[in-house]
Design a protein around this ligand. Structure first.
Ligand code: 9MR
Length: 355
């Protein structure tokens, strides 16, 4: 389906800078530009990033430094995506392999490539129970708390001014029905470890948006979703500097896209935070997979403060779950059916959601 809209570049750029506004408001505000620019009619976005930008959103991917010598990989990444997450290279083990000796070469490689190509960067992740460097894994108590704060200062400080949003704390809640905090060494430093991490990140990079990021937080009925929601509500009420919540969105047959996804995203947004889909992948193939991708895209577009979607890799073969074929490009770099469904949904003006 080809839809053609009169959308001068100048109006689109202004809209992009100002963030999401209604289509009607954009047309009114852009009215003068329409006449003055009198440019050719502009078709819908033909790449994920261009289509997402039409509603002021981004479309991102995770990048692995080890794959950046593959020109098919970087060509697709450069063409389709405008927000880049380092898949592993900014994590605690990668950036501080020995205590207080920081290593940024792989993370810098990704961030520099993104910035040089006019893209933005999501930072991932400052504090996490997993992928801790060996020296940290056996630490406890105040020495661990101090090491975490020092790590955040070092890493967020190094990237200061270059990061759109940091996943400050990743996966701090248990799965299952308890709604409890995950029993990690970081949690055992005291229940205030998460807010301490957010304060440290704000100090190190005052301009980055600061996110809490987790998985299995998609279904509004689930205890884990409620527990994260209650934490964010508490943080907002006490002025803890949190700006956004990341929904990893790793879906498969055992964990399908819930039919209340839009409700979940909207309820979090109503707390006064941005919401972002940060690690999207959906196991499957064909129409079923494509429809689920469309549903997730639709749910995000229906929430004003859902500022963008990131898929967790470029081609199926790049995925951490390659055998699930969970991404938008096949192993040869071809666009899958799901790609077309996502692109069409991004190009749908009203973004209305049934989820
Ligand atoms: O995709 C990442 C994979 O290459 C790593 O081996 C793995 C190690 O934990 O981490 C993967 O990324 C994870 C992300 O950082 C946080 N959410 C879950 C992702 C998949 O495990």
């Amino acid at each position: 389906m080809t839809r053609v809209r009169v959308r001068p570049v100048r109006a689109r750029l202004a809209r992009r800078a100002a963030g999401p506004v209604s289509v009607a408001a954009m047309l009114i505000a852009g009215g003068v530009a329409v006449v003055a620019a009198a440019g050719p009619a502009q078709a819908d976005g033909s790449t994920l990033q261009d289509a997402a930008a039409e509603s002021g959103r981004y479309f991102g991917t995770a990048i692995a430094a080890s794959r950046m010598s593959d020109s098919q990989y970087t060509t697709i990444a450069n063409r389709e995506f405008d927000m880049i997450t380092a898949e592993n290279e900014m994590k605690m083990d990668a950036t501080e392999p020995s205590q207080n000796q920081f290593s940024f070469s792989s993370g810098d490689q990704i961030a520099d490539w993104a910035l040089q190509n006019g893209k933005r960067v999501r930072g991932h992740a400052l504090a996490w129970h997993s992928q801790q460097p060996g020296w940290m894994q056996n630490m406890e108590g105040s020495s661990l708390r101090n090491a975490m704060l020092n790590h955040i200062a070092g890493v967020a400080g190094h990237y200061q001014g270059k990061i759109y949003a940091w996943d400050v704390v990743n996966e701090a809640f248990e799965d299952g029905s308890s709604g409890a905090r995950r029993n990690s060494n970081l949690q055992r430093t005291g229940n205030d470890w998460i807010e301490a991490a957010f304060y440290a990140a704000r100090e190190a990079d005052p301009d980055a948006k600061l996110c809490y990021n987790d998985y299995n937080t998609d279904n509004w009925q689930h205890a884990k979703t409620q527990a994260v929601y209650n934490m964010v509500r508490d943080f907002k009420s006490r002025g803890v500097p949190i700006d956004c919540v990341g929904f990893q969105a790793h879906f498969n047959s055992g964990n399908p896209v819930p039919n209340n996804y839009h409700e979940t995203l909207q309820n979090f947004a109503d707390l006064g935070v941005d919401v972002q889909i940060t690690e999207l992948d959906i196991a499957g193939s064909g129409t079923s997979q494509a429809e689920q991708f469309r549903g997730v895209t639709q749910a995000c577009m229906a929430v004003t403060r859902c500022t963008g979607i990131t898929v967790w890799g470029v081609r199926d073969t790049d995925s951490w779950r390659a055998s699930d074929t969970p991404l938008l490009f096949d192993g040869y770099g071809n666009k899958k059916l799901a790609y077309g469904y996502v692109l069409d949904q991004l190009n749908t003006a009203d973004g209305g959601s049934t989820l």
